[in-house]
Design a protein around this ligand. Structure first.
Ligand code: HEM
Length: 346
């Protein structure tokens, strides 16, 4: 962590154009310190640790962190869409049979062939990291851990400091079935359905609201949005959607069968910031599931709180740690895949 903050200061001038420089680096010191304080204070409220640890690979693969970070940052520098892809990839892994890299497997009828995963990407980044790791520490680091670390590093790239800490020690699953993906929440679910989906994974209301903040970056296919804009050929705008913002969405998705994409955060689409929450309060949440957060009093209060960036980063960090623990395989369960797309042959 120290090294990453130092890197943030050293690289500050490169980031001035993106709204920060030295001021950003110092701001980050405050945020990260606050995050640690909040984490420590609330540690007792977190679920018991399922067998993961910080620096699990300290002895077995000491260069893990630097390899994952350097490969991820190089790829994100070339493709600003990757942080959103990798973050969603990690989420879709954890919500289906736990964080076991089952989403990465290339087998018949695999998770990645299921409807909700057709627009998921970032697999090639995990492959690139795994290739390097297999040269340095063969057979040691799980694909599930690589995915958790890469998601964190990709999102953290814009800050040049780690936005959250990742526990490691996960092992890889051997089963990947499209039919298991019905545990993923629907973008058309109401508040109760969304909360139930999170509770089914051991997550709570706070986690639902904090993790939905991931929609501060990335895109949605028009098909995820057009039911809020059209009924057949007729315009029919969801009353939970601001009408001016609905028109903006329609300019990218002009009919119920449009095939393009829209930004999930119509304001600062590439910045991992708390602007998402302000937009949800202003009826500018892009998905119906974003809008649903304002439909429950307790959730709406949290949405209001998380418009504060420091609170958002602290809450997001805590909830990512919890999500990263969902149904993990540890100890002698599962395996350490040699290739992330295939289970080991022996
Ligand atoms: C609360 C329930 C959630 C629902 C219903 C939901 C649904 C969706 C949908 C429908 C999309 C657009 C997919 C498409 O149309 O192609 C999307 C994108 C995305 N989701 Fe979620 N999501 C939820 C929670 C989360 C969580 C917990 C995370 C991560 C922690 C996350 C991260 C993302 C990201 C980063 C994108 C953009 C992906 C990209 O640009 O490639 N989502 N989500």
């Amino acid at each position: 962590m120290k090294r990453q903050l130092g890197a943030g200061r050293a690289e500050g001038s490169r980031w001035r154009g993106d709204g920060g420089g030295a001021a950003t680096a110092w701001w980050w010191v405050a945020v990260v310190v606050l995050g640690h304080l909040v984490r420590s204070a609330r540690a007792g409220l977190l679920e018991s640790n399922p067998g993961l640890a910080y620096n699990f690979y300290q002895k077995s693969c000491p260069s893990l962190d630097s390899i994952v970070r350097s490969v991820t940052w190089a790829q994100v520098a070339a493709n600003p869409a990757l942080p959103a892809r990798l973050l969603r990839l990690h989420f879709h892994d954890c919500f289906v049979k736990g964080c076991d890299a089952s989403i990465l497997l290339d087998v018949a009828q695999s998770e990645k062939t299921a409807g909700p995963n057709l627009s998921v990407g970032g697999y090639e980044v995990i492959d690139a990291i795994k290739t390097q790791l297999e040269q340095t520490c063969p057979g040691v680091v799980s694909c599930a851990d690589i995915l958790a670390l890469a998601a964190r590093d990709a999102v953290s790239y814009q800050f040049k400091a780690s936005l959250w800490q990742v526990e490691t020690g996960r092992r890889d699953g051997t089963v990947s079935l499209a039919s298991n993906t019905n545990t993923l929440p629907s973008p058309f679910a109401g508040f109760a359905g969304l909360l139930q989906s999170f509770q089914n994974r051991g997550l709570n209301l706070t986690d639902l609201v904090a993790l939905s903040g991931a929609h501060t970056i990335g895109v949605a296919s028009c098909s995820s949005v057009t039911p809020r804009l059209f009924n057949g050929n007729a315009t029919s705008i969801d009353p939970l959607l601001d009408s001016a913002y609905a028109k903006t969405l329609m300019s990218s998705c002009p009919s119920s069968s449009a095939s393009g994409t829209v930004n999930l955060d119509g304001g600062t689409a590439l910045k991992f910031d708390s602007g998402y929450y302000t937009r949800v309060l202003n009826k500018q949440g892009t998905l119906a599931s974003d809008a649903a957060l304002a439909q429950n009093a307790a959730a709406a209060q949290m949405v209001q709180d998380l418009t504060n960036p420091i609170k958002f980063y602290a809450a997001f960090s805590m909830s990512m740690k919890k999500m990263g623990r969902v149904e993990v395989l540890t100890g002698t369960n599962g395996q350490i895949r040699k290739q992330c797309r295939q289970v080991n042959s022996s």
